[in-house]
Write a protein that binds this ligand. Structure first.
Ligand code: NOJ
Length: 763
């Protein structure tokens, strides 16, 4: 179906829905228990609800047209609408806009027997109308306050458009840049990922979930989704218990502790069991050990997919297994609505399981204030004023600037002087106003990002531009797919000629925003299409190249590292992309981002990550029998935590001391940090530990703290980290957090290669 047909179909469907909604409004009063205390209200409701109505609360339908997964058959608009009126739907997704939301909310509130308001969910992943950098980029800022503010802004904009629930943050740790969804997470490290997950939850939910500008957050995807084999999305996951407990689960726990409202389970099997049907993950760990009191929503169709996984015989079997395992709400499998009633009547699912699920869902509705005002998020005036608010552009610009990572800067090529003459800009992404919006861009308008060219224009920089290669847009059913031309080199001559005549070439290359994200796994991590060839041909005539890399993941930049003068990693930076990039290129912003994921030298090194175990043969030795490659170094191209600045920093004087045996202050680590360059700058000072001998071997380094330190030229500051006993503990293979006395090493520095070290024997 082409885009026009799908738009016609979708518009007709919306029209039909709205017609049905408008034609059948009845003034049925909202049935509400008189007692207004939250708990009583939920318990009274539960007592009044029929089994159908309870199962209804556990059902979530996609709206009409912004499908974010394959649409199952059998759920046409009329069917869904009848279910709304019958109180058989608890939540919808992909319906937004204050008016649309109000109309649909009115159907359930006014026409269903109990009038229980709906949750309106959407993937508000990085901004809404105003688009922030993709989450991986934001994570490169290591700036928790800025990340929180970005989520806050997204919540304000989305809530003004009727949304009260987001499917974010994604806290899946991943070590595999082939997986397209690394763009949506916090990178490879559990400590950083936990801090970021928590900041995002706090940003979305604020301090009062019932305020009209806060929305319920979802930690996703429980669990292991980021470890899909060979980086192929939706693939099998097989990880050991130590990795599960120490790497994958901590960010989820951090979100639960921060009060996240819901958790989404994942598409993958984990050690043979689909996460959606995994009792251990959902009931034992999440609800049991962690005391989670929100609800679990399935991922899109993941209940039904248990059949494909070979874990359920049919949809009924899948429904029973999922609900018993702790999946409280069914997103778009139609499994609960069609099969749970019979399963309860036949005793295959206990009513207590249903009641628990409904109670959890109603509790979040209560916290959101929906029982007091179901239209709390449907204010046309707010909708007019807040999305795209100029203050939000300032927020988006701030974090975009902080998300940029300077990877190479030979001969201080950057920053460019504003009087620099003879600037050429080359590359298809330099003029593009779409790609920087990333692949999760609901709510935004296509083509609204500031391009690199516009960013330079805004600062009155004179340049000449040649694209060199074209972007190719392909319309699919609902989504747009964009590629960078793979064969056509007809633009090369003009680009090469321009480079020849110029003093410096800014090449803007990378992946289009639609080349990473869900379903966009890659086997090659080079510049897609003809871009590498373009780079090499330009380099042959003018090696004075500043390479601006736009991508949703680490790319293999080995050739570029060896050949160009400067490399700036700019990810997909959202609405303010071009302004932020121009600010860094021209030195209005001293780059301060640090990599949240390791950049490999070659794809064959993947999975590659800094917190690896040492192995029994770490080498190097003078024989072939050690853990290495015969054709590539073990070292990454750029390590986790790495990022340059226009100034330089020096760490010295590390001291480690054991404190009184209290949980808060077990060990103190201090060091001196000096700005040894000529410009003021900000450094992300990082603290790593190593536990040398343990019953379960520990990684060669583990991040345990970081601080953002602002320093003027030549200024020195003393930095101090306080570690608790838990920080020096680890999860054993039963999932118990244990501390083992012995020798620890402490490292302080500007990236995960930090070698300023002190050891301490701790009893
Ligand atoms: C599938 C994705 O895995 C999930 O993250 C997203 O929230 C849902 N689709 C809804 O769009």
């Amino acid at each position: 179906m082409n885009k026009l047909n799908s738009i016609i179909l979708a518009s007709a469907t919306i029209f039909l829905w709205l017609l049905m909604i408008n034609c059948s409004k009845k003034n049925v009063p909202l049935t509400m228990p008189e007692d207004n205390t939250p708990k009583d209200r939920i318990e009274k409701l539960l007592q009044e609800m029929t089994l159908d109505e309870k199962i209804g609360q556990m059902t979530q339908y996609n709206g009409f047209w912004d499908a974010t997964g394959p649409v199952p058959s059998g759920g046409d608009s009329k069917w869904k609408y009848d279910h709304l009126r019958a109180g058989k739907v608890g939540a919808v997704l992909n319906v937004s806009g204050a008016e649309n939301v109000r109309k649909m909310q009115e159907v359930v509130v006014k026409e269903s027997r109990l009038g229980i308001p709906l949750l309106f969910g959407l993937d508000v992943i990085h901004g809404h109308k105003t688009v922030s950098p993709i989450p991986l980029a934001e994570s490169a800022s290591w700036d928790l306050e800025a990340i929180k503010q970005s989520a806050r802004m997204a919540a304000i904009e989305a809530s003004a458009r009727g949304i009260n629930w987001t499917f974010a943050p994604m806290v899946d740790i991943s070590r595999d840049a082939r997986w397209g969804r690394v763009m949506e997470g916090g990178g490879e490290d559990p400590y950083l990922g936990s801090q970021i997950g928590k900041a995002r939850v706090q940003g979305f939910q604020g301090t009062d979930l019932s305020a009209h500008n806060t929305i319920a957050a979802t930690a996703k995807h429980l669990a292991g989704y980021g470890f899909s084999e060979s980086g192929r999305d939706y693939n099998t996951v097989d990880v050991g218990t130590s990795t599960l407990y120490n790497v994958i689960l901590p960010p989820f726990k951090a979100c639960v502790d921060a009060g996240v409202s819901s958790v989404m389970n994942s598409f993958n099997t984990l050690n043979g069991v689909p996460a959606t049907g995994d009792h251990f993950l959902q009931r034992d760990i999440l609800n049991g050990r962690w005391n989670f009191n929100g609800f679990v929503v399935s991922d899109w169709g993941s209940i039904k997919e248990m059949i494909d996984h070979g874990h359920a015989a049919d949809v009924e079997d899948a429904a029973i297994k999922a609900v018993n395992a702790g999946s409280n709400m069914d997103m778009e499998s139609y499994a609960y609505v069609n099969h749970l009633k019979k399963a309860v009547e036949e005793g295959k699912v206990k009513i207590e399981i249903i009641d628990d699920a409904v109670r959890r869902i109603l509790r979040i509705k209560e916290k959101l204030g929906l029982f007091d005002d179901p239209y709390r998020y449907c204010d046309a005036a707010r909708e007019k004023e807040l999305p795209n608010h100029k203050d939000h552009h300032a927020t988006a610009l701030d974090i975009a600037r902080k998300s940029i990572v300077l990877l190479k800067n030979e001969d201080n090529t950057l920053p460019l002087s504003t009087s620099q003459k003879g600037i050429a800009v080359i590359g298809p992404l330099a003029s593009d106003k779409n790609s920087p919006l990333g692949s999760w861009r609901f709510g935004s308008d296509d083509g609204t990002a500031i391009s690199v060219l516009e960013g330079l224009d805004a600062q009155n920089i004179a340049y000449q531009y040649e694209k060199g290669a074209e972007l190719i847009t392909k319309e699919t059913n609902f989504l747009e797919e964009v590629r960078i031309n793979e064969t056509d080199k007809s633009g090369f001559d003009a680009a090469v000629q321009l480079a020849k005549e110029s003093e410096v070439v800014i090449m803007v290359l990378g992946e289009h925003g639609f080349q990473s994200g869900e379903g966009r796994s890659r086997t090659k991590l080079d510049f897609p299409g003809v871009q590498q060839d373009l780079l090499e041909q330009v380099h042959a005539v003018n090696p004075n190249i500043i390479l601006v890399v736009m991508s949703g993941r680490p790319l293999v930049l080995t050739w570029a590292e060896e050949n160009v003068k400067a490399i700036v990693q700019t990810w997909q930076l959202g609405t303010q992309s071009g302004n932020a990039i121009a600010d860094v290129l021209l030195g209005n912003q001293n780059p301060c981002g640090k990599l949240p994921m390791t950049f490999p030298r070659s794809v064959g090194q993947i999975p590659i990550y800094y917190n690896t175990l040492k192995t029994g043969r770490p080498g190097p030795i003078d024989l072939v029998f050690w853990s290495h490659y015969i054709d590539e170094s073990n070292a990454p191209l750029y390590p986790f935590g790495y990022g340059l600045s226009y100034t330089t920093f020096k760490y010295s004087n590390i001291k480690v001391s054991k404190q009184a045996d209290t949980d808060a202050g077990f060990v103190k680590v201090s060091a001196t940090l000096q700005n040894t360059g000529k410009k003021a700058g900000r450094e992300v000072a990082q603290l790593y530990i190593r536990d040398l001998v343990a019953s379960v071997a520990r990684p060669v380094k583990e991040l345990k703290g970081f601080q953002l330190v602002e320093l003027d030229a030549n200024e020195s500051k003393s930095i101090e980290f306080t570690l608790s006993k838990d920080d020096l503990s680890f999860f054993d293979n039963d999932g118990k957090l244990i501390f083992e006395s012995g020798k620890f090493e402490f490292f302080v520095g500007g990236d995960s290669n930090a070698d300023l070290k002190e050891s301490l024997e701790i009893e």
